[in-house]
Design a protein around this ligand. Structure first.
Ligand SMILES: Nc1ncnc2c1ncn2[C@@H]1O[C@H](COP(=O)(O)OP(=O)(O)OP(=O)(O)O)[C@@H](O)[C@H]1O
Length: 219
């Protein structure tokens, strides 16, 4: 099955080791949920996969080909925590640039058709985030990295976004991180926790307590 995986990720910021022998993957048809405490290195890991941070070491493989930077595969979309599209670009132009093959599907979405001729800086923070997430979900690429897609969104937008991810995931692989952990648990086929610089495969919510991500009861 086609797959993106990154192995043996090692990264230091100055004297501090952030990631140590980290592995994460996603297959086509799958959502991998990435959880972890503030500052544990989730965004750094996504940036390393995309290629905007050069780590001390990593092995990145996308569809059986090795890459130095994920974006060089021309098959990887990445939503950073920050704004994605420049302020002065209109929604319609962003669709042409990022999702030409899926324009028709995007035009069926109410908020997109409403704001087609609107510039990104004229949208509210949540509207902008929602549309930027959709641009990545419906991008022409097979693999999609989403860094905190839900955090600025009202509950209805969160549900709508989850439904779009479910609709397209048959032909795509996602790695998604967010602190709306219930949404991540709900939408993911697998959960990876970053903790103490390492990755852990998580089988249930109890293990998130065990590893200190969720608060738990002590005897
Ligand atoms: N450019 C940088 N230079 C030095 N340290 C950095 C840099 N970027 C991030 N860090 C540090 O690396 C650690 C991991 O940061 P990162 O943004 O990857 O965490 P995160 O898991 O995404 O956190 P959050 O959930 O709060 O968004 C943090 O302690 C942060 O202070």
């Amino acid at each position: 099955m086609p797959e993106l995986f990154i192995d043996s990720v090692n990264h230091w910021f100055g004297e501090r080791e952030i990631l140590s022998s980290v592995y994460i993957n996603c297959k086509i048809g799958e959502v991998t949920g990435l959880l972890g405490r503030n500052g544990c290195g989730k965004s750094t890991l996504l940036k390393i996969i995309f290629g905007s941070i050069k780590p001390n070491f990593k092995y990145l493989n996308i569809n059986d080909k090795v890459y130095k930077k994920g974006y060089q595969s021309k098959n990887l979309s990445y939503l950073p925590q920050e704004d994605l599209v420049p302020d002065q670009i209109k929604v319609s132009i962003a669709i042409d640039l990022l999702c030409p093959k899926n324009r028709a599907a995007l035009l069926k979405i109410d908020l997109i058709s409403k704001y087609l001729n609107t510039k990104f800086h004229e949208l509210s923070g949540g509207e902008r985030r929602f549309i930027e997430c959709l641009l990545m979900i419906y991008s022409d690429n097979q693999y999609v990295l989403l860094d905190e897609p839900f955090s600025q969104l009202s509950p209805l937008f969160v549900e709508e976004l989850k439904s779009h991810i479910n609709q397209v995931k048959i032909s795509k692989g996602f790695i998604i991180t967010d602190h709306y952990y219930k949404s991540i648990l709900g939408i993911s086929d697998r959960i990876v926790l970053l903790h103490n610089r390492c990755n852990y495969a998580i089988k249930n919510e109890g293990e998130l307590v065990l590893h200190g991500y969720l608060p738990g009861f002590t005897a």
